[in-house]
Design a protein around this ligand. Structure first.
Ligand code: NDP
Length: 397
């Protein structure tokens, strides 16, 4: 019976542990390991089944290899930070274990988001007969599966993709991020970038915006063009794609705080000397901001994340929008987390389930859009992230 090791006991790790525990027929043995073992133990106490916990510094490859050799899991679900991706992949190769994550590798000293570093592992994973599934969260993750679902069932060709990530919820805090503050602020402050006609077009951070009217009377929000990693893999794997963009909603309040923090240097990621000590301002800011895991009981409202794909069907232009709406309070009632952690943790569990049952299989390094979307889409409905389709309504300009 399959054994899984979850690395990372933050907001997302907690949801992955809860959701794996709900599917004991697949995840018969679960170990939750992280840098701070007490966080694993606190999560373990919330679960209906017994899980093991362990301490590991995933940046220390020999330490991770030793843990893998001791536990002998079939799969590592990496929900630590993107900085750990390559170290955990190295450890998996050495110990002969399959790998899954939800965010692409980022070097700590430069906010660059690209798959190159992880795609470079293709040959090594293939040679070892192992599988690595990259980006099995919501975005990236479900967004790629929504696109391949639309291509498989609603269109003959896809030419334009717009991914729209809206959070219409509120945590009532003056300023907080819904997932790891350091990763979130690095992502949001980076230049925008989108794919058009085989080229990448760069924009200044958060300079392109448009209103987005959410379905199901959720209201309207401003969404801002950003770079997001699935654009890179979709542009590579979807033939004939002419344009791919990613939009995310931010409240005016969030943007006001971010602008001030940036202007005073608090979002810098290079070390500065303070009282004879080297500190990275963004890491210091993270220490001051609310822990995303603590926002669970405070957050109200809903998220709406979807993909609008334009293309051709039977010789005619067609637009299809597939989306999920997720309620922060319902997530908290189910797994003690807000919807951002929930919408990431559920797809991580589903990707793991498909790998462990053989529904998605292969040797090498894969992105989500390389597999048949059907079993994943069915599992989303079964495990708490139901989706809907709207045809021929245009949501973005
Ligand atoms: P948190 O900061 O809440 O949790 C990160 C966890 O990783 C913490 O438990 C932390 O330990 C642990 N960790 C950090 N460094 C190490 C290390 N060297 N060794 C072992 N454990 C370590 O982050 P989130 O839960 O919010 O996010 C987790 C991941 O999910 C991130 O990679 C994020 O980018 C990704 N994500 C993906 C999304 C998607 O849709 N695809 C959306 C949202 C997030 P400690 O407690 O000691 O700090």
């Amino acid at each position: 019976m399959p054994k899984v090791l979850i690395i990372g006991a933050g907001g997302v790790g907690a949801v992955v542990a809860h959701k794996c525990a709900q599917v004991p027929e697949v995840f018969s043995e679960i170990t939750l390991a992280s840098r701070t073992q007490s966080k694993c133990e606190a999560i373990a106490r919330q679960l209906p089944v017994k899980v093991r916990t362990a301490q590991v510094d995933a940046d220390n490859v020999p330490q991770t290899v030793a843990l893998l050799r001791d536990l002998k899991p079939d799969l590592v679900i990496n929900v630590a930070l993107p900085y750990q991706d390559l170290h955990i992949m190295d450890a998996c190769l050495e110990a002969g274990v399959n790998y899954l994550d939800t965010a692409n590798y980022e070097p700590p000293d430069v906010a660059r988001f690209e798959y190159r570093w992880q795609w470079d592992y293709q040959e090594r994973f293939a040679k070892a007969g192992l599988m690595a599934l990259l980006g099995s969260g919501f975005d990236p993750g479900v967004t790629s599966v929504f696109c391949t679902h639309i291509l498989k069932h609603h269109l003959d060709t896809a030419t334009e993709i717009d991914i729209i990530d809206c959070n219409a919820g509120s945590h009532g805090q003056p300023f907080a991020t819904n997932f790891n503050p350091e990763i979130n602020i690095r992502e949001v402050s980076a230049k925008g970038r989108y794919y058009q006609d085989g080229q990448w077009i760069e924009t200044e951070p958060l300079t392109h915006k448009q209103p987005f009217v959410m379905p199901e009377d959720l209201g309207s929000l401003n969404v801002y063009l950003m770079y997001h990693e699935e654009l890179e893999s979709l542009a590579r794997h979807i033939p004939g794609l002419k344009r791919a963009r990613f939009w995310m909603s931010f409240s005016d309040n969030y943007l006001k705080h971010l602008e001030v923090l940036k202007n005073v240097g608090m979002t810098r990621i290079d070390p500065v000397t303070f009282n004879g000590q080297q500190i990275v301002p963004l890491q210091f800011l993270k220490a001051l901001l609310p822990d995303p895991a603590s926002l669970g009981p405070l957050t109200r409202g809903k998220t709406c994340i979807g993909c609008q794909v334009r293309g051709m069907k039977d010789g005619r232009p067609k637009t299809v929008f597939v989306y999920n709406i997720c309620d922060h309070e319902a997530c908290y009632r189910e797994v003690c987390s807000q919807a951002i952690s929930y919408t990431t943790g559920v797809p991580a569990m589903i990707g793991a389930k498909l790998m462990l049952t053989g529904a998605w299989s292969g040797k090498g390094v894969f992105n989500m859009e390389q597999f048949d979307p059907d079993p994943f889409m069915a599992a989303l409905n079964a495990h708490g992230l139901p989706w809907k389709v709207i045809e021929n309504t245009v949501f973005t300009a």
